[in-house]
Design a protein around this ligand. Structure first.
Ligand SMILES: Nc1ncnc2c1ncn2[C@@H]1O[C@H](COP(=O)(O)OP(=O)(O)OP(=O)(O)O)[C@@H](O)[C@H]1O
Length: 260
């Protein structure tokens, strides 16, 4: 596997997250092999692939949140630590956050309370600035500020996605993992969400973005991996993948995920 620039294409910076020889099985069934994946501080790295390619499996393995029948082996390095044996809570406490495909909001609680829950661990740890993150989230998502008292269950699909991302940001992560943020959203809202994801770079958070919408993902990402049937088939700077004939043929062809 080729060496590649990390840190939004700065090869000198050590990655904030590095996965090596990660393998996941569900029972006896092999689901995923990732020889190497790196995310640099502040970079946006995308993993694109079709349904069932293993994208959610990869994020859950990194987060330590695989289903009961899932078993991961290999190395997951976060900052200066090997974290394979850390529990999910500890991974969150140390700055990893996952926005799952199903969003998993508390529908009968307000927007504001959902956000507060995202910052609860910091509150419990006695961190004074945890409430400031709410203002930062409202700056990123003015729509959530307007709807701060609205029940999360009554939000539109796009607003729910914004709230899920906002709640994850309340934990002040160093690495934010997004599982198909465009899923089920109208093209205009997809554009809005991806515009916001691109803007996350300015906050310093590194983003690992898993997507079927390859077109949108490769537009915002610095670097990308293509996952096919549980294996990495291609990787490279996002602008090179956008021009790669195999990627164009399989993921960017006319009629596929057109949102422009
Ligand atoms: N708990 C499980 N038990 C057994 N097999 C599973 C389990 N979860 C996922 N799989 C299988 O592992 C493979 C990868 O699934 P995964 O959900 O990671 O794919 P994905 O790329 O995220 O797909 P999608 O875009 O549809 O969410 C699929 O073949 C799926 O059926």
């Amino acid at each position: 596997m080729s060496e590649h620039p990390v840190a939004g294409n700065d090869q000198r910076q050590p990655p904030v997250l590095a996965v090596t020889d990660l393998t996941v099985r569900y029972g006896k069934v092999h689901a995923l092999t990732v020889p190497e994946l790196k995310v640099a501080p502040g970079a946006i790295v995308t993993v694109i692939g079709a349904n069932g390619a293993g994208k959610s499996t990869m994020l859950n393995a990194i987060m330590g949140s695989l289903p009961r029948n899932g078993r991961a082996s290999g190395s997951v390095r976060y900052q200066n630590d090997q974290i394979e044996h850390w529990g999910v809570e500890h991974r969150v406490a140390q700055g990893l956050a996952l926005v799952p495909e199903k969003r998993e909001l508390f529908g009968s609680m307000s927007v504001e309370d959902n956000l507060l829950l995202g910052g609860f661990r910091r509150y419990r740890a006695g961190e004074r600035q945890w409430r400031d993150s709410m203002d930062e989230v409202f700056t990123l998502f003015p729509r959530l500020k307007e709807r701060r008292q609205q029940m999360a269950g009554t939000l539109s699909g796009g607003e729910r996605q914004m709230l899920a991302v906002g709640r994850a940001l309340m934990s002040k992560p160093s690495v934010l993992m997004l599982d198909e943020p465009s899923l089920g959203l109208a093209p205009r809202i997809v554009r809005e969400i991806f515009h916001i994801i691109a803007g996350l770079r300015a906050t310093g958070v590194a983003t690992l973005l898993v997507e079927q919408n390859a077109r949108a993902a490769l537009q915002v990402a610095d670097y990308g991996y293509v996952l096919e049937a549980g294996a990495v088939s291609l990787e490279g700077p996002a602008h090179e993948l956008r021009d790669n004939p195999a990627v164009i043929e399989s993921y960017l062809g006319l009629g596929k995920h057109r949102d422009d």
